[in-house]
Write a protein that binds this ligand. Structure first.
Ligand SMILES: NC(=O)c1ccc[n+]([C@@H]2O[C@H](COP(=O)([O-])OP(=O)(O)OC[C@H]3O[C@@H](n4cnc5c(N)ncnc54)[C@H](OP(=O)(O)O)[C@@H]3O)[C@@H](O)[C@H]2O)c1
Length: 252
């Protein structure tokens, strides 16, 4: 039986993992939200790892509000850089394999084709920069860990593009969604299958991996897939978003 700790367990990815556990009888899970394990607290991490034994830790905790991160820079770095560093140190000390989730937003979106794991990251907003700093912190600590970059996660779990679109569609006659930003949307349960199968098969190696559903599209195209109501195209610049968005960040 492999023991798997999932941090940030009340977020979208954590909830999607929780929903999938029955399909993995050879894995035993411990789910912790911020209340059970604040991943920014060295004392809590230390005590938790001393009191419990794990084989894997999936770090699904993160600061994910891309626009707010432009102002709450310290909070974004505390969760996206310092927390992975603390978890990597604890995992190294206790022989736990750390699976850390990162993002397509580490790239600037100007490549003109899909990003591979050997492309050099160059974030253009605080969220992306803080996530890249987290990746670099893992590399600096060493130990057994895999960075899994994914993109445009959506699902019925937590708060995300799908849940927001479907909520708005209940009352709006039509919606406007940007059509000039491209990426590879990823249904969170598909990422979960990728992660848990790899744990089940002991197939993780210390590495950087990309996982997406593989089809490049705009937010507008994704919205059209998710709802029947009319979706009009708008340009991202008309929204005056606080954070710059990379134009095209498909992952392969
Ligand atoms: N969502 C996307 O489109 C997307 C795309 C690419 C990559 N990713 C990456 O995928 C991963 C999972 O994303 P997600 O969509 O599941 O994000 P999410 O729904 O925002 O979940 C993040 C979770 O972290 C928790 N958290 C916050 N502070 C914490 C703390 N101090 N200690 C422990 N937990 C804490 C949050 O709890 P509270 O809500 O209570 O603060 C939340 O439940 C992240 O690493 C993200 O960067 C996401």
């Amino acid at each position: 039986m492999k023991r798997v700790l999932v941090t940030g367990a009340n977020g979208q990815l954590g909830l999607a993992i929780k929903a999938a556990t029955a399909a993995y009888p050879e894995l035993s899970f411990v789910f912790t939200g911020k209340k059970e394990l604040d991943v920014t607290s060295p004392q809590q991490i230390d005590a938790f790892f001393k009191a419990n034994r794990f084989d894997y830790c999936i770090n699904a905790a993160a600061y994910t509000n891309v626009d707010k991160a432009e102002e709450e820079t310290a909070a974004a770095y505390a969760l996206n850089e310092n927390a992975p560093r603390l978890l990597a140190e604890a995992c190294k000390q206790h022989n736990v394999f750390l699976i850390h989730i990162s993002t397509d937003y580490v790239f600037d979106g100007t490549k003109g084709e899909s990003y591979t794991t050997v492309d050099k990251p160059k974030p253009i907003n605080v969220y992306g920069a803080s996530k890249l700093a987290g990746e670099q912190a893992l590399a600096a600590v060493g130990g057994d860990s895999c960075i899994v970059r994914t993109s445009w996660l959506y699902s019925e779990y937590g708060n995300n593009f799908q849940t927001k679109i479907l909520e708005k569609a209940k009352t709006a006659p039509h919606l406007q969604v940007v059509s000039d930003l491209l990426g590879t949307p990823t249904y969170a349960p598909n990422l979960v299958v990728f992660l848990l199968n790899k744990i089940n098969d002991s197939a993780f190696t210390s590495n950087v991996e990309h996982f997406s559903d593989g089809k490049t599209m705009s937010w507008h195209a994704l919205a059209k897939r998710l709802t029947q109501i009319e979706i009009k195209e708008i340009a991202s610049e008309t929204l005056n978003l606080k954070a710059k968005r990379p134009k095209s960040t498909s992952l392969i």
